[in-house]
Every structure is written in C-alpha cells, then in structure tokens.
Design a protein around this ligand. Structure first.
Ligand code: PGA
Length: 251
C-alpha cells in the first residue's frame, strides 16, 4: 500500500510572524491525522524556523527548489546539502511556476531531481499541462516528456526515491480543480508509463494531485485509485484547511 502524502507548498507567502502562527496551528492539530504523511515546503529563508518548530513532530518539511549544482559560484542558489543542513526531507522540483517564470527546461528539472536524490532528499517532481495544451489534446504528451526527462537521465528506478505531483497549470491557484476523473486519467497514464519500464517502481510510486485542492474537494480526489495525496498551495496557508485535507487523506 502506498502511504498518502499531503505536502504544503507555501510558495512566496508569509512572514516570520505568520509562519509561527501557522506552525503552531499545524502542531496542535496534527495529532488527529493518523494515516497520511504530512510535509510543508517553506521559503528557504524560513527553514531554520520551521526546523526548530517542527522537529520531533509528525510533520516533515522541505524546500521549494534547489540548485542542480553541488556548490560554488552560483549566486542566490541553494544546494541540496544546504537543505539537508536544515533537516529537510523533501524538495519540490520543476514546479510549473519555476518552469514558466525561471525558464527551467525538462533537462534542468531532471538534473535537479538527480541532485536532490544524490543528497538523500526526496524530490517531488511536478508535471502538468497548460490550458492551451489540454485544449490541443496533448496533455499526455506533455507529462510524458516531463517524466521521461528524469527517466532518461537517471533510469526508471530513480523514481523509487521520489514522488510525482500532477499539477495541471490551469488548476493552480485558479479555484478551478481538475475533476477527480480528469485527474485520475492522467495519474493512471503516468503510472502506466512507469509500469511499462518497471512494474514494481510504478506500484510503489506516490503520485500527488495539485491544483486548487481544498478540504471540500480533497476526499473525492483522494478516493481515486491512482491519487496518492496532494500538493497544496493556497489551502496550505491556513492550518485548518491544510489539516482538513490531511484528514480527508485518512479516510
Ligand atoms: P494551489 O497550488 O493549491 O494554490 O492551486 C498548488 C501548487 O501550485 O502546488
């Protein structure tokens, strides 16, 4: 059985004060969440605060991006070893906002996946199509290309050390969620794609859904056979909403 994972992606939101409040809320409510694994991916500059508050709790934490390089003259970048230094378990790679605004190619994202893995971090590889791509009927071709970049660089077994998140770009932050059927279709496609190369890796791979997931739509999405959790943006900024999604993953 795949253990569900609910991961928050705070993006570039919050302040020291608001994050302290959010973490206190999460800490006091997390006891009721039995089944799902829970993590929050924080802005890097707050990881020290997150670590000191979450250490010893059931909530893991991670970064939102990392450099493909190990160290050196890369101003502004954050290395996998630095995320390790602050106790991160996860790191998001290839979020559509990084792909769109920072021009990260599939090849760059694959290198970041490899860098995370080499450091013992669990990369959460984001894939997903834009609205235009969905309307053109090329959703599967897009997610295949994004997934295959990692498989080509590292081999299919590398996915055993990671997590995939299907995040249709048109559903992110828009309030427009993919229907459970739409999401399941792509999740099943991704799993079949992996299974065509390694059935065991496919069976163990957690594929999260992301895109306007909220407490009131989480249950239906998470009930689908190939949806193994969520990557939550907006709703991860309120303890009550985030915990509501975690609770939905319990059922
Ligand atoms: P959202 O973001 O939940 O606000 O749609 C999800 C994400 O971008 O990871």
């Amino acid at each position: 059985m795949r253990q569900p994972l609910v991961a928050g992606n705070w993006k570039m939101n919050g302040s020291r004060a608001s994050i302290e409040m959010l973490l206190n809320g999460l800490k006091s409510g997390i006891g009721a969440v039995r089944v799902a694994e829970v993590a929050v991916c924080a802005p890097a500059i707050y990881l020290s605060d997150v670590q000191s508050r979450l250490q010893g709790t059931a909530i893991a934490w991670g970064g939102q991006d990392l450099s493909a390089q190990a160290s050196g003259a890369f101003t502004g970048e954050i290395a996998a070893s630095m995320l390790n230094d602050f106790g991160c378990k996860y790191v998001i790679v290839g979020h559509s906002e990084r792909r769109a605004y920072h021009h990260e190619s599939d090849a760059t994202v694959a290198k970041k996946f490899a860098a995370a893995r080499a450091a013992g971090l669990i990369p959460i590889l984001c894939v997903g199509e834009t609205l235009e791509e969905r309307e053109q009927g090329v959703t599967e071709a897009v997610v295949k290309r994004q997934l295959d970049a990692v498989i080509e660089l590292e081999g299919v077994t590398a996915l055993a050390d990671g997590v995939v998140a299907y995040e249709p770009v048109w559903a992110i932050g828009t309030g427009r969620t993919a229907t459970p059927e739409q999401a399941q279709e792509v999740h099943a496609y991704l799993r079949a794609r992996v299974a065509s190369q390694d059935a065991d890796v496919a069976a163990g791979l957690r594929i999260l859904y992301g895109g306007s997931m909220k407490p009131d739509n989480a249950k239906e999405l998470l009930a689908k056979a190939d949806i193994d959790g969520g990557l939550i943006g907006g709703a991860s900024l309120k303890a009550e909403d985030f915990l509501g999604i975690c609770t939905a993953a319990n059922d």
